[in-house]
Ligand binder design. Structure first.
Ligand code: NAP
Length: 274
């Protein structure tokens, strides 16, 4: 694979994203002249945008709502991206688009940072979208015994569970889904707004279970703060964001980024250390 001529983040919206800040810090640290730019692309324009990026020999990330559409457009995908059914990291080689999903590795690393240990055996995930699918693949790769999905739209959760028959079960009752779990994950957007309801009431979370909120923003979510106040180890999605970005950088350039430079860029914008 050639070095990318251009690096982009395709999403809508993308203006809020922290990825340009920490990717550009890593690029500057490695003395790479290329810049990482966010591009707000409406779904109807994605095909034309990807055609242009292929011609330019670009690479980049895809975020909401484009991960499945970029997956469909790739000529080849890594085994992990195939298992998730979504691509968040792409590049061009031989005039064709290729894709990976580094949310899986990002989730794995975020869990390890939170628990200080291996993937817990029994995990509850609230939500059944793309982030939940990446978490299921990470759980599968790390030999978790059981993943329980609790969500408001059961059909979507059923479709996800069908792809992991030995691992994933759909629960309609939150109380049963949370019983004896060793990790609780929020994979819904709840918490993006400060007045959002909690994904699950903190009192329902088993006493020793760590809490990982995939939502991230400049500050931690209210749910993370409430869970920590109740004695749980708890983290938001900022670490996962950094880790998926570090894995994407390595995919594009073949060497790992300067993690210190990435962390400092995040600290400058959020005041937080990850
Ligand atoms: P998605 O594909 O749209 O799926 C969202 C899931 O949440 C769906 O199951 C949806 O259910 C459910 N949901 C949405 N609004 C809800 C509400 N008000 N109450 C209850 N459930 C609700 O989104 P995604 O890509 O999985 O992303 C989910 C979250 O994870 C986002 O906030 C995203 O920013 C975050 N994320 C973080 C990282 C990271 O690096 N930290 C990476 C990926 C994603 P329905 O089907 O019923 O709508």
């Amino acid at each position: 694979m050639n070095r990318p001529a251009r690096l982009v983040l395709l999403g809508s919206p993308v203006a809020h994203s922290l990825s340009p800040a920490f990717q550009n810090a890593a690029l500057a640290s490695a003395a790479l002249a290329v810049r990482y730019e966010p591009i707000d692309v409406a779904p109807a324009m994605l095909g034309d945008t990807l055609d242009a990026l292929v011609r330019e020999g670009a690479a980049g990330n895809a975020t909401v709502p484009h991960k499945e559409a970029v997956f469909a457009r790739c000529a080849t995908r890594t085994a992990v991206a195939e298992r998730v059914g979504a691509v968040n990291t792409f590049w061009v080689s031989g005039g064709e688009l290729h894709g990976d999903n580094t949310d899986v590795g990002g989730f794995e690393r975020a869990v390890a940072a939170l628990t200080g240990d291996a993937m817990p055996g029994r995990i509850a995930i609230i939500g059944a979208g793309g982030a939940a699918a990446a978490a299921c693949v990470a759980a599968e790769c790390c030999d978790a015994r059981e993943v329980r999905i609790a969500t408001r739209t059961v059909e979507r959760a059923d479709r996800l569970a069908e792809r992991f028959p030995a691992l994933v079960t759909v629960y309609t009752a939150l109380e049963a889904a949370l019983e004896d779990v060793e990790l609780v994950v929020n994979a819904t957007p709840l918490g993006l707004r400060d007045d959002d309801a909690f994904p699950v009431a903190v009192e329902m979370i088993p006493a020793d279970a760590p809490v990982l909120d995939l939502v991230y923003g400049p500050g931690e979510t209210r749910w993370v703060r409430a869970a920590r106040a109740a004695g749980h180890r708890a983290a938001d999605g900022l670490r996962m964001l950094l880790e998926q970005g570090a894995l994407a950088f390595e995919r594009w350039f073949g060497f790992p980024p300067d993690r210190g430079a990435m962390s400092r860029a995040i600290h400058e914008r959020t005041g937080r250390l990850v």
